[in-house]
Design a protein around this ligand. Structure first.
Ligand code: NCD
Ligand code: ZN
Length: 336
């Protein structure tokens, strides 16, 4: 069997910088038409110059592949209205991280004081700049996302015209919140559709499946699968592909992040086929994002075939993908 996906989009992607950027950018650009690039570099992307120069480095790294990096800024509550006006045409969204909650988020928001956040959120709402949020509190690791839901609700209520994207949701509580507010949307990763905490830590510890937010319970994964496989109109694919060098993963103090970009489309096809939902894959990996973000991606037709694909053990001797050394039942046949 063969299926064709029209301009697949990855709406949450870490491309890093330097050598890692050179390794991973071509891998995303090979099969995706575009991706929303996260700003958590060191230091983070916080100025127009940062956005422009990072975009240039991405375009250089992706080489001849046709791929649109949709740029983001790292949220700061001291951005001025003038700055936001000046940068709005060069970014697709602004990403808010609670301080210290994940990789390179030390400069994020401390506490969620609406007085402090309101000036920037108000201007974003007026300028139609979406807000993407890493929604976790500093609580017990399994409860962090569910505990954050009241903050999402507070933001959604106070800024009804602001598009708010709950990034990489992992819980049934986040899925339930989606339908309570018109302006709440979500991205869902590949790995959170496949795994629970059992795959991460139920047997021998699997560092390459360790990420933030941590994978949760079977009922959470079921809730995510339900909306993704049915192509709920408010959910989009965002891989949260987050490469770290192998020595940072296979180490005490393992870095958080699962590297999935190069295998994402075959693995999604496998999952959607197993669940009799292949007809909904186009909406999940492209159409919903186009509508939610109001973007028209470049044309790129990716043809997938259900034949065995052996996932590489490692890319460039540096970064280990999800399903390393395993066989997936779909592969990319052609990209046109
Ligand atoms: C991401 C990273 O490594 O940049 N890590 C992760 O576990 N997902 C950051 C993030 O999206 O939380
Ligand atoms: Zn991320």
């Amino acid at each position: 069997m063969v299926i064709s996906i029209d301009s697949p989009l990855d709406m949450h992607l870490h491309l890093r910088d330097g050598r890692m950027l050179d390794i991973v950018a071509p891998l995303s650009a090979e099969t995706f038409a575009g991706g929303m690039v996260m700003p958590n570099l060191v230091p983070p992307v916080t100025s127009r110059e940062d956005v422009r120069s990072y975009r240039k480095r991405i375009l250089k790294a992706q080489g001849d592949e046709r791929f649109v990096p949709y740029m983001t800024l790292f949220f700061r509550s001291d951005y001025t209205p003038e700055f936001l006006h000046s940068v709005k045409d060069e970014i697709l969204a602004i990403k808010l991280y609670p301080a210290g909650i994940t990789t390179n988020s030390e400069g994020g928001v401390k506490g969620f004081d609406i007085e402090e956040l309101s000036p920037v959120l108000g201007v974003m709402s007026d300028l139609k700049i979406p807000l993407c949020v890493h929604g976790e509190t500093g609580g017990f690791v399994m409860d962090r996302e569910a505990e954050f839901i009241p903050i999402y609700e507070m933001l959604a209520k106070n800024f009804p015209d602001l598009t708010i994207v709950m990034e990489h949701i992992t819980t049934k509580e986040a899925v339930a919140a989606l339908d309570r507010y018109d302006n709440l949307y979500a991205t869902i990763t590949l790995h959170h559709l496949y795994i629970t905490l059992d795959e991460v830590a139920g047997g021998l510890l699997q560092p390459h499946l360790f990420c933030k937010p941590i994978a949760k319970r079977p009922e959470d994964r079921d809730a995510l699968s339900n909306v993704a496989l049915n192509a709920h109109p408010k959910v989009m694919f965002g891989s949260d592909s987050a490469p770290h060098p192998r020595e940072k993963k296979e180490a005490p103090g393992c870095a958080a992040g699962v590297f999935t970009a190069p295998i994402a489309l075959p693995a999604l096809a496998q999952l959607f086929e197993r669940n009799g939902a292949l007809d909904n894959l186009q909406a999940f990996v492209s159409d919903n994002a186009r509508r939610i973000y109001g973007i028209e991606p470049i044309e790129k037709e990716v043809v997938l075939e259900n034949s065995p694909y052996l996932v590489p053990e490692i890319y460039e001797g540096t970064v280990v993908p999800m399903f390393a050394g395993q066989t997936i039942s779909w592969r990319v046949l052609s990209v046109g």
